[in-house]
Design a protein around this ligand. Sequence first.
Ligand SMILES: Cc1cc2nc3c(=O)[nH]c(=O)nc-3n(C[C@H](O)[C@H](O)[C@H](O)COP(=O)(O)OP(=O)(O)OC[C@H]3O[C@@H](n4cnc5c(N)ncnc54)[C@H](O)[C@@H]3O)c2cc1C
Length: 383
Amino acid sequence: MKKYDFIIAGGGMAGLSLAYYLNNSPLRDKSILILDREIKNQNDRTWCFWERGRSNPFEQIMCRCWETVAFNGPGLSKNLDMGGYYYKMMRGLDFYDFVRSNLQQNPNITFKQATVERIKDTPEGGFVITSDEPYLGNYVFDSTTALKLNLAQNHNLLQHFKGWVVETPQARFDPDVPMMMDFGIDQGGDCRFMYVLPFNSKKALVEYTLFNEALLEQGVYDAALKKYFENDLKIIDYQVSETEYGVIPMSDEAVERFVGKHVVKIGMSGGATKASTGYTFLRSQRDLQTMVKNLAEKGSPVVETPWLARRFKLYDSILLNVLENKRFPAAGVFAQLYKHNPPAQVFKFLDEDTTIAEEIRIFLTLPIGVFLKAAFAVLWRKL
Ligand SMILES: Cc1cc2nc3c(=O)[nH]c(=O)nc-3n(C[C@H](O)[C@H](O)[C@H](O)COP(=O)(O)OP(=O)(O)OC[C@H]3O[C@@H](n4cnc5c(N)ncnc54)[C@H](O)[C@@H]3O)c2cc1C
């Protein structure tokens, strides 16, 4: 059995990003095997995230980059200047193609299409059993394992959404301003908003997004989108050219990332999703860049979370507790956040880059009694 230096199980966002960073590091001569059951030749998702500056490693394949986003919620309906942040959009297929063409130039990197059946840590290395043949690696990076959610002990909401890429014969979208959250729709007693990402004035991805516990029938998402087009956007004449559907766990379940000496979980499987927002892309990039740096400099992929940084997990749990127990309408929480704080400060907070003093200033703009009750409930549950 051939032993690889690195086996990457799952060549999606996290797996390909890791391979890209390895290929652009002093470790580029190591042997790397990338396993995925799919060929990844479909545009299966669109990633958006905010970021300061224009120097993302994948900047050249961003299909849109905005300095302003719109928000519509109770008591606040306006365009938000991102104050130095950019809201960036990238198509999944552009990312897969770009990374693959970068990796294919390196003869030490092998792609195999196979289903991963089991990954095991052994004294000799990470052992991967696939539908094809078994493989051994000094390190196995796994993004194929779905999170197992423990409903009784943790806050586990689902962020689920369906989107239509729509084309119109006339210019109907403002290409300079995406709608980040439009809460002006029926809230159904939980958290529901529309999300509009314009490619240009005649083409946009419009997504119906919910944060709650139960997925809907596909027809229910479609009906909500149709209603939004007719009643809110006032667009009757349109063609749906693509659809997108996704479910992202919003969970404060602890994830064991370094599952053995030779096996590391990455991406969503490795807990890279921010529990309170569902954003995963940029957090994975930061994490994987640190992992490759540690591998190159120390020979270990372990990424430590500083003790004080763990407070952000507590904040996530508190927000999830507010949403799950319907302590305050979700639309109101987001409206208060953006009404009373500069948007850049909110993005910095959600990126976990703020200081404790900045966080206290943000907390004071929220319904403090509600959040304190949620904080007690979270701490009680943890105890
Ligand atoms: C439709 C959609 C839109 C999203 N939009 C955003 C967004 O705008 N911003 C954001 O930050 N996050 C977003 N996310 C969340 C997150 O960024 C993505 O899910 C991201 O792709 C997660 O990366 P990953 O590598 O963990 O998983 P994936 O990208 O799903 O990669 C996992 C790979 O493993 C392969 N695989 C799985 N099981 C096996 C197996 N047994 N054997 C072999 N291969 C296997 C899959 O084929 C896949 O290629 C979105 C998610 C979805 C589903």
